[in-house]
Design a protein around this ligand. Sequence first.
Ligand SMILES: NC(=O)C1=CN([C@@H]2O[C@H](COP(=O)(O)OP(=O)(O)OC[C@H]3O[C@@H](n4cnc5c(N)ncnc54)[C@H](O)[C@@H]3O)[C@@H](O)[C@H]2O)C=CC1
Ligand SMILES: O=C(O)[C@@H]1CCC=N1
Length: 260
Amino acid sequence: MKISIIGAGAMGGAMVQGFLKGNVFSSSDITVSNRTHKALDKFSQTGVNITTDNREAAANADIVCVAVKPWIAETVFKEIKPVLDYNRQILMTVVAGLPSEQITEWMKKDDGTMIPLFIVIPNIAIAECSSMTFITPIGADGRQTDMIKSIFDTTGSTLVVEEKLLPAGTILASCGIAYAMRYIRAASEGGVELGFKADDAKNIVLQTVKGAVDLLMSTGNHPEAEIDKVTTPGGITIRGLNAMEQAGFTNAVIRGLKLK
Ligand SMILES: NC(=O)C1=CN([C@@H]2O[C@H](COP(=O)(O)OP(=O)(O)OC[C@H]3O[C@@H](n4cnc5c(N)ncnc54)[C@H](O)[C@@H]3O)[C@@H](O)[C@H]2O)C=CC1
Ligand SMILES: O=C(O)[C@@H]1CCC=N1
């Protein structure tokens, strides 16, 4: 199976890294296309095919994934439309906030035929095969959906959702990774103030966050149940938590998630 990714930026590049670590695609099955050569340089040692010709990339794959910024998407979709085989190929997009209705309007043939389409929203941790990826099939059958899901199952966790849930998933997981990073940064800065060197503080926070994630994943517990085990009555943990809440921690996170 061959995949072409059009747009070799942060997300396109991370997808290639993730796919190279997985066992679905070999490097020669992957083609990356970018308008400029500069963004393709980072793939030169990987064995993937590189090109600046989007049409060439689109014609030579089973799955064609558009991974450019939203304001460039229309140009790219319309550019590749004439070379796509609607009976053989699958079209995929990772463009956030671009509705299927809009893509269908661009891609539908004059006789109304539409290519099977998947809107896929990974996060940047796909590079480490640790993504949370949302998948929405549009006009695809169950076999095609299982196939696309099985690809992204190799790069982390997946959830097949209705399109109306994609904006929420994008915020919680794709933007969410930046929000998690910000907590890590804040805690690291606090660690420096407490007396650790910057690198030590960061590593301590990373291991601590990993520990929290491992505990919740393995027990399936609610975070508050694990917090209860840490908060000694009258102790320093509850004092810290209450001070953070007083400063608006939970409220600030929820407000950030609800911004559009
Ligand atoms: N970065 C992220 O964490 C996530 C990004 N996305 C979506 O992925 C898409 C790409 O985002 P990024 O990778 O962050 O952007 P980016 O700006 O890093 O990458 C876009 C790439 O497309 C290339 N490009 C521009 N015009 C082109 C054309 N006509 N043909 C071929 N390539 C062209 C650019 O040179 C650039 O390398 C966006 O639509 C975004 O909404 C979705 C989920 C998460
Ligand atoms: O910030 C953005 O608009 C994109 C969508 C999700 C992550 N990056």
